[in-house]
Design a protein around this ligand. Structure first.
Ligand code: NAP
Length: 400
């Protein structure tokens, strides 16, 4: 049995805590859970909800995950087998350093990003591979939905449905409505940095850059969602998938946004509120997007008001038994059902469930392999079985 230390008690951290507790209750894998974050009261609120829903008690702690010495102090006191990092991407390297120093496995859901540059790439985390390998520890990168499940979907399709893949389109739809004028469904600062960045996709062996949200397409989503406009973004799983999937000629990532969301974002961008460069304000410096984030609702508060579904999946075109074949593999998730189960909206839920599953598979030894890995580098079958069992059932259909 394993002791898991969850770092980050926001929207995603709340779901990871509930899901780990469900595993504890069914006598599986974990016997102890500690939830630590910067604001102790948020950990305590999650712990209360977990106990009320599952009867399982969690320990809570305060930690600044930007401080490696403080993290090591916590890890040496708590003595976990594995750390599940669902704080912000800025903390990834500090938490990896602490895991190496204290000898514990590591899982995250988002690629490291330096606070002063809105750019993510895996090189900084892949550079830890030798150190993790030498001490026999596993670091699993991007165990959320996208990245995360989308990488595992790709590996599963390559094992069971296609012999070769030519084209990959990852398509992320949030058809939910929280009824607020403007809010982001995961951390506002990270969300706005991602959406306002330049687009990028992979074609014929090289990256092609685009202006932010310059390309769009319509896609007809299943489960009653229907046709929606999707915009091309750069997303981190493209980097590992074009490295690990042989034969890809084109790989792109798409996301739906409402007209209302885009209008607000445009206006905020036009007046400089989405910027990440410090500006002087009343005798001190502030970063506009951080000030904006402080005004917006925290993602964990959206659960009670969000209705509708998310639908995230991969459209993959390739060859099977010498014939051209296209498959669409996806999960659809209902915001209100997530709220009823764990008190969160579906974007936090679809990230927190795979974060728990990646952590569980390492703790069980099925995905324990010294080094630093992306999700598609492991056997997809146990992960896909756990997805269905822990609340994210999936479908794979042939497309004409
Ligand atoms: N792969 C995917 O599919 C996917 C999808 C959505 C989100 N994500 C990732 O999931 C992570 C969490 O997102 P979220 O929506 O849960 O964000 P959130 O609601 O803003 O929660 C972030 C949590 O991290 C804590 N935190 C921030 N800085 C910290 C520090 N220095 N030390 C300790 N704790 C710190 C925050 O503490 P305070 O309460 O004190 O602010 C908060 O509890 C993000 O990295 C996001 O990019 C991944």
């Amino acid at each position: 049995m394993a002791h898991v230390l969850i770092i980050g008690a926001g929207g995603v951290g709340g779901v990871v805590a509930h899901k780990c507790a469900q595993a504890v209750k069914s006598g599986r894998v974990f016997d102890n859970i500690t939830l630590a974050s910067r604001t102790l009261s948020r950990c305590e609120a999650v712990a209360q909800s977990v106990t009320a829903r599952t009867g399982v008690s969690l320990a809570t702690a305060r930690v600044d995950a930007d401080n490696v010495a403080e993290l090591c102090g916590l890890i040496r006191t708590v003595k976990p087998h594995i750390v599940c990092n669902v704080a912000l991407p800025y903390q990834d390297l500090h938490i990896m350093d602490a895991c190496l120093e204290c000898g514990v496995h590591y899982v995250d859901t988002a690629n490291y990003e330096p606070p002063d540059t809105a750019k993510f790439e895996y090189s900084r985390q892949w550079a830890y591979a030798d150190r993790f390998r030498e001490v026999g520890l596993t670091a699993l990168l991007g165990s959320g939905f996208d990245p995360g499940v989308t990488n595992v979907f790709a590996a599963w399709v390559m094992r069971h449905k296609l012999d070769e893949v030519r084209v990959l389109d990852i398509i992320d739809c949030n058809a939910g409505d929280h009824g607020l004028t403007f809010a982001t469904n995961f951390n506002p600062e990270i969300n706005i940095r991602e959406v306002t960045a330049r687009g990028r996709y992979w074609e014929h062996g090289e990256w092609v850059e685009t202006d932010p949200l310059a390309f769009s397409m319509e896609f007809d989503f299943p489960e009653g969602i229907g046709r929606k406009k999707c915009f091309l973004l750069y997303h981190e799983e493209l980097e590992s998938l074009v490295t690990n999937l042989n034969g890809l000629q084109r790989a792109r990532f798409w996301m739906t946004f409402s007209e209302n969301y885009l209008n607000h974002l445009n206006v905020l961008g036009n007046v400089g509120m989405t910027g990440i460069t410090p500006v002087p304000f009343q005798g001190r410096e502030i970063i506009p997007v951080q000030f904006l984030a402080a005004l917006l609702p925290v993602p964990a508060s959206l659960g009670s008001r969000t209705k509708g579904k998310t639908c995230i999946g991969n459209l993959m075109r390739g060859v099977k038994d010498g014939q051209k074949k296209t498959v669409y593999i996806y999960n659809a998730c209902d915001h209100e059902a997530c709220f009823a189960e764990v008190g969160s909206q579906a974007v936090s839920y679809t990230t927190g469930v795979p974060a728990m599953i990646g952590t569980k598979l390492i703790a069980e030894g099925l995905w324990a392999k010294p080094g630093v890995w992306n999700m598609e580098q492991f056997d997809p079958d146990p992960f896909m079985a756990d997805l269905a069992e822990y609340g994210l059932p999936w479908q794979c259909v042939d497309v004409e």
